[in-house]
Design a protein around this ligand. Sequence first.
Ligand code: DC
Length: 237
Amino acid sequence: MNVPDIIIAVDGFSSTGKSTFAKMVAKEFGFLYLDSGAMYRGVTLFAMESGFIAADGSIDEPALKAVIGTLDLHFRRDSGATLLFLGERCIEDQIRTLEVSSHVSPISAIPFVRNFVDGKLHAFSEGGRVIMDGRDIGTTVFPNAELKIFMTADENVRAQRRFDEMVSKGQNPVFEEVLANLKERDYIDSHREASPLSQAADAFVMDNTHMTMHEELVWALGVIQGKFGILEAALSC
Ligand code: DC
């Protein structure tokens, strides 16, 4: 299907499958996929490795602020996938641990961190034809995105998905901890002062609690066709 060169913003709660959905849509329609949460996770990993996060979870904000401008955090495309690098190091696996997950929400609530990430996201999106997922893409990063999607799902289903993903990566998670982390992140993400998670008024809402990936793709196709008046109906799968 011939989709115009638009920006698609996908926002929603933790582990609603935003990245899986966005990657699938990107592949189907030939878009660049960018994971904004990965950038926040990358900053968090850097802060942890630099000793800016104390054992009690407190963050040395002045120290982080002093160096954030020099942080070489960038995406690289590798046979269709978009991978996050810190300098020359691919950090895709390190940023998905429970330890990073447990520090990322407070880090992402810091306004200078948000400014840093927003700048990077805009730079990577130049030229359009991008689908980006996060918490504030349709409300703050790209308030004029031509298509906004807000994803939600039952929290136990979301925790189970996150648990399964961690197991598949060789980690050894405890379900209750994964669920607690997810609830805590949802709370912090939607209650913080700087650019909280919220549904854009003009977003299309998808509750995927009981949806398969194929159903999600068919849903996206319907939304795109309806919004842009496209009559063609072909899906590649
Ligand atoms: O999507 P994720 O779980 O990988 O995101 C990690 C954290 O980053 C999440 O807890 C909130 C934060 N985040 C954000 O504040 N704004 C975004 N646009 C994307 C993620």
